[in-house]
Design a protein around this ligand. Structure first.
Ligand code: NAD
Length: 471
């Protein structure tokens, strides 16, 4: 772009509700011009999307620090790199992804050239949550652009700095008639959801997920939901406890626990529970030698209400705080906390914690762990720490979850070629990379029947006589 964006984050402003239908119509008209059909056009927009992030890193860091108290390194590791990769990978692959596909050869139909055309769905909507404001908004946007759609983006009002920044930058980098930000909270999103969309990607909590699905049912808008849930960790007594604690706790403290695939709770064999807790304490000391509160590597809870919600869960637990536990409502700080002796009915085991608290539930063995998991909703992720293939396979084979990850946490979400998605109450559909392209693509079946096939097809026409029946 000729014009460099200004150095400041503008104030957050909501889109006027009465403008929302006008925006939708504008997107439809821009889509109908047909310019998104060109792969060259899509590539140029994808490149601009990557530059939108790269050129403005300092502003994005400032916004993410203001909204989430994030360190620059954490933002780069957990979402900025992933967002740029989504745009760059789509740039490199869009020509291949969007090529028409011939149906398998068959004697009866090959002359008709049966083909799948990969066509844009049309005007799509992306609604994203606060916790990974960039990755969950601009990542899927790369898929929507690659598939040739026009797109409205509805970021979270809980990240006002990020949402205002992206609304300011988008028209400077991308075609403003085709891609636009609608900012706002419940009234604006409610208006958005009264309109028909050719696809909606909703990422967020299950309560709002139901609201989105109900609204979409009225307009017959297809929806992909990326929801949350309680992702369990199963631990084999044979595992390397220090390494397990380090990888598990990284998943728990990243973004102060506000990660949809954060390990929610740990199912730990009784006989190693004390050693596991000890390993966790040592790891937290390694992560934050002077304590998490003074560390500039540790994020804050997004809002006073989320802070109060998590603190209430902690205050009500019947478990024992083995380490951590301190909080500061002024700064929305919650210390990484391990709670032991947690039972199935505990306050920490009702809803997704979405904060830096790890309940430890003692079990006799993996069978009890599997039974515990299967008595609950299918989680978004399931983590297994074990050096033994039979242990890992047993847990994977006997449970269901969006993803199952052995000996690490979170990483599956950034591995190119792996779909990201839940199952049942943790969501439906997939995104990232080609899966985002597919989500926003209509597979349009086509065939073109030449006249000479009449010699083969004559028997389909009435009147149906004996000769035709036998042919
Ligand atoms: P949320 O459900 O509160 O908000 C998500 C979006 O919905 C926001 O854009 C918000 O403005 C909008 N919204 C809120 N209330 C609404 C209403 N009444 N009507 C219409 N729209 C409304 O989610 P959140 O708190 O921002 O995010 C946390 C949740 O998201 C957690 O449950 C987490 O697990 C989940 N999540 C899931 C994934 C995934 O990929 N599966 C990724 C990140 C977060």
């Amino acid at each position: 772009p000729d014009e460099q964006p200004g150095p400041k984050i503008p104030p957050f402003t909501s889109t006027p509700v009465d403008q929302i239908p006008v925006i939708r119509t504008g997107l439809k008209n821009a889509f109908r011009t047909g310019r998104t059909k060109s792969v060259q056009f899509r590539k140029q927009q994808l490149l601009s999307l990557a530059y939108l992030v790269k050129d403005n890193l300092a502003l994005f860091h400032q916004a993410l620090a203001s909204d989430l108290g994030r360190s620059e390194t954490e933002s780069i590791v957990i979402e900025i790199n992933g967002t740029i990769s989504e745009a760059v990978s789509a740039f490199h692959n869009v020509a291949k992804w969007s090529k028409p596909e011939r149906a398998p050869w068959s004697f009866n139909f090959f002359a008709m050239k049966p083909t799948i055309r990969k066509e844009p769905k049309g005007v799509v909507l992306i609604i994203s949550p606060f916790n990974y404001p960039m990755w969950l908004l601009l990542g899927p946007l790369a898929g929507a652009i690659a598939a040739g759609n026009a797109c409205a983006l509805k970021p979270s009002e809980m990240t006002p700095a990020f949402s205002a920044l992206v609304a300011d930058l988008l028209p400077k980098y991308l075609d403003p008639e085709l891609y636009t930000v609608i900012n706002g909270a419940i009234p604006e999103t409610t208006k958005v959801l009264e309109l028909q969309w050719d696809h909606i990607l909703y990422t967020g909590g299950s309560r709002v997920g139901s609201i989105v699905l109900t609204a979409a049912a009225k307009t017959l808008s297809p929806v992909t939901t990326e929801l949350g849930g309680k992702s369990p960790v199963v631990i084999d007594p044979d595992c390397d406890l220090k390494l397990t604690a380090r990888r598990l706790l990284w998943g728990k403290v990243a973004n102060a626990g506000q990660t949809c695939v954060a390990p929610d709770y740990a199912l730990v064999p009784k006989k190693i529970a004390d050693q596991f807790i000890q390993a966790c304490k040592e790891v937290l000391k390694d992560f934050y030698p002077e304590g998490a509160e003074s560390s500039d590597s540790y994020s804050r809870i997004i809002s006073p209400s989320h802070f109060a919600r998590i603190k209430t869960l902690l205050d009500r637990t019947e478990g024992k705080i083995a380490c951590g536990g301190s909080t500061n409502s002024e700064t929305k700080f919650i210390e990484p906390t391990i709670v032991t002796g947690v039972k199935a009915h505990d306050s920490l085991m009702g809803e997704e914690i979405f904060g830096p608290i790890l309940p430890v539930i003692e079990v006799e063995n993996e069978d009890e762990a599997i039974e515990f998991i299967n008595a609950r909703d299918y989680p978004l992720a399931l983590y297994v720490f074990s050096p033994n293939s039979s242990f890992k396979e047993k847990v994977a084979e006997n449970t269901q979850s969006g993803a199952v990850v052995m000996n690490d946490t979170l990483l599956h979400s950034v591995v190119e070629g792996l779909p990201f998605g839940g199952i049942g109450p943790s969501g439906s559909g997939y995104h990232t990379g080609k899966f985002s392209f597919d989500m926003f693509t209509h597979l349009r079946s086509t065939l073109d029947n030449p006249s000479f096939t009449e010699r083969l097809l004559w028997s389909r026409y009435p009147p149906y006589d004996e000769k035709k029946r036998k042919s």
